[in-house]
Write a protein that binds this ligand. Structure first.
Ligand code: G
Ligand code: G
Ligand code: NA
Ligand code: MN
Length: 265
């Protein structure tokens, strides 16, 4: 209840909320290929509150619609500012989308509007969905509000040019049927499989299998939570092309993204 009321206030004032960006790196070239947008909330008394605490509350209370809208608008604003600042290379930005945002908000319409008004290609945006969100979409498509001909938020977004990544891959519902149903651009291997990659032979086998499967499906793979050089070397040997983690860079405010935009982590 405390979080709900103060989050509501934060959404009204907007001064407590911010978006930080963490780069995704091409392991071969060591260049930044994408920035992931991560919402930050600084409560006036309690200080920083983790999204792992307030995102679930936002989902339960319906505040996720307003919060999601804040993030998308802020991302577009930041891209416009970066462009004004003379950054020649605008790398795509990945936005985390909660299941509720996908099913209840007209995300396609919102993104289409905001990108058009600001002359930004929708291809410069990527959405990150968890397996849970994909599963919800399968369910709702077979439910009363649509069936196979019903609204398909994921395909609508892809048709607009928005890229799709599956976040925290390997931790959600293990049905892989959504990989048949939707073309996705990226799989992000959850960091729980990456952490002990050097010492845990099961993790090594799982990560290797995910990379091999993705290669056959022509889906790009990103390893999350890379913190050490030995992990990176192992990922390279397994054929993983992209990585993200504190080894390269922590999330940073928009004003500190100049190097990232020029490809440097
Ligand atoms: O940035 P941090 O590691 O604290 O994020 C924790 C969790 O919050 C992650 O699972 C991340 O995906 C989620 N998260 C961060 N920013 C957003 C956002 O803007 N929208 C949604 N839905 N989730 C976010
Ligand atoms: O669930 P999601 O993948 O969206 O979570 C993203 C969060 O992971 C970011 O908020 C970021 O703070 C966190 N993160 C990014 N890199 C690392 C890392 O190398 N190690 C750990 N433990 N967390 C990371
Ligand atoms: Na994410
Ligand atoms: Mn993730």
């Amino acid at each position: 209840v405390a979080i709900e009321a103060s989050l509501r206030a934060a959404l009204e004032s907007q001064t407590q909320l911010d978006v930080h960006y963490q780069p995704l790196i091409d392991i071969e070239t060591r260049r930044v290929v994408t920035l992931e947008a991560l919402v930050r909330w600084k409560h006036p008394i309690d200080g920083y509150v983790s999204p792992t605490r307030f995102i679930p509350v936002a989902e339960e209370t319906g505040l996720i619609a307003g919060l999601g809208d804040f993030v998308i608008k802020r991302v577009i604003d930041d891209m416009v500012q970066w462009r004004k600042g003379g950054s020649t290379v605008l790398v795509p930005v990945a936005i985390n989308i909660s299941p509720g945002q996908l099913s209840r908000c007209d995300l396609r319409q919102r993104i289409a509007e905001l990108t058009q008004v600001n002359s930004i290609s929708p291809a410069m945006l990527q959405i990150e969905l968890t397996e849970g969100a994909m599963f919800d979409q399968v369910e709702s498509r077979h439910g009363s509000n649509g069936g196979e001909d019903g609204v398909d938020a994921i395909n609508d977004l892809r048709a607009l040019g928005v890229r799709v990544a599956i976040d925290d891959f390997g931790t959600g519902y293990s049905s892989l049927s959504y990989l048949k149903r939707w073309r996705v651009d990226y799989l992000k291997i959850d960091r729980s499989f990456i952490r002990d990659l050097g010492t845990d032979s099961n993790d090594h086998a799982i990560v290797g299998a995910i990379i091999a499967m993705a290669q056959h499906l022509k889906i790009k793979v990103i390893a999350e939570g890379v913190e050490g050089w030995s992990q990176l070397e192992m990922l390279r040997k397994l054929g993983c092309r992209y990585a993200q983690g504190y080894l390269f860079a922590e999330p940073a405010p928009a004003s500190k993204c100049r190097d990232f935009l020029n490809g440097r982590p």
